[in-house]
Design a binder for this molecule. Structure first.
Ligand SMILES: [Zn+2]
Length: 263
């Protein structure tokens, strides 16, 4: 059976074991059901997620012109502290920016390979943590807009990491950290404007990824250089598919590629 469609990040459901879904045009694959099975992935062509034209993907699933034009690829996406909708100032499309930035946002601590600070829209909890492959996470601040979350993240980055080491995350070379203790330690560094939004009472969320076997030396599959790959799926963590031969495939980093998946 072959399914063809443009790759978008896998959708997830936080069940006792996280469930992953891949939207392949008219079909909806529950990726967990492919565990322990041999699957093939082939590169077919590019398809920009915004203009849908067959143009090379530049970043985030967009072709170069869309990346620099579309309101949902503004700088404030990756750098929330650059958000300006709360001041009524437009970046690319103020109506769109208001609809995203002026929503409750969470500053969190997540442990994927190390403890890191991050920002997400409240409705993206725990999706964001699952996408990062965090095995534990906790909300520390809930603010009414993206800007306040951004400046809080910038302030806390001085004292805690803000990056995931994807190799460590995939090898499951991880430690359990006391995130409540981290939260208490970082509290005093929260900027004055956001202090009133500190979350005093909550607990860690633990996430359970469907992985049968972790790779010792993960090697990343580049579908442009290796347009046909076949392997036995042995795990899913973050947005990565993990194969028995230690090949890993980052679905999110390959958004905008049309692929054929044969099971
Ligand atoms: Zn485009």
């Amino acid at each position: 059976m072959t399914y063809q469609g443009v790759l978008k990040k896998m959708m997830t459901e936080n069940a006792e074991q996280i469930q992953y879904y891949l939207d392949m045009n008219s079909d909806f694959l529950n990726v967990n059901q492919l565990l322990n099975k041999e699957i093939s992935i082939s590169f077919v062509k590019y398809e920009c997620l915004n203009c849908h034209l067959e143009k090379p993907i530049y970043r985030q699933g967009f072709c170069k012109s869309c990346f620099f034009d579309t309101p949902n690829a503004g700088d404030w996406i990756m750098k929330p502290e650059l958000s300006t909708a709360h001041l009524g100032i437009e970046d690319r499309d103020l109506a769109y920016e208001k609809s995203v930035q002026l929503k409750p946002h969470i500053v969190y601590l997540a442990n994927s390979s190390n403890v890191k600070v991050g920002v997400t829209r409240k409705q993206q909890v725990p999706t964001r943590w699952i996408d990062q492959g965090a095995h534990e996470a906790i909300e520390i601040v809930e603010v009414p807009n993206r800007y306040l979350a951004g400046i809080t993240e910038v302030a806390l980055k001085e004292y805690v990491g803000d990056k995931t080491n994807w190799r460590k995350m995939l090898k499951n070379d991880i430690e359990d950290e006391n995130l409540i203790a981290w939260r208490e330690k970082l509290k005093k560094f929260i900027p004055d404007e956001a202090k009133e939004y500190f979350i005093e009472n909550n607990s860690e969320t633990h996430l359970n990824f469907p992985v049968i076997k972790y790779p010792v030396k993960p090697k990343s599959l580049n579908l442009i250089k290796t347009p046909n790959y076949t392997g036995k799926l042995v795990g899913i963590k973050g947005q990565y598919l993990i194969f028995e031969d230690e090949t890993v495939f980052n679905v999110r980093a390959n958004e905008g590629l049309v692929v054929a998946i044969t099971i």
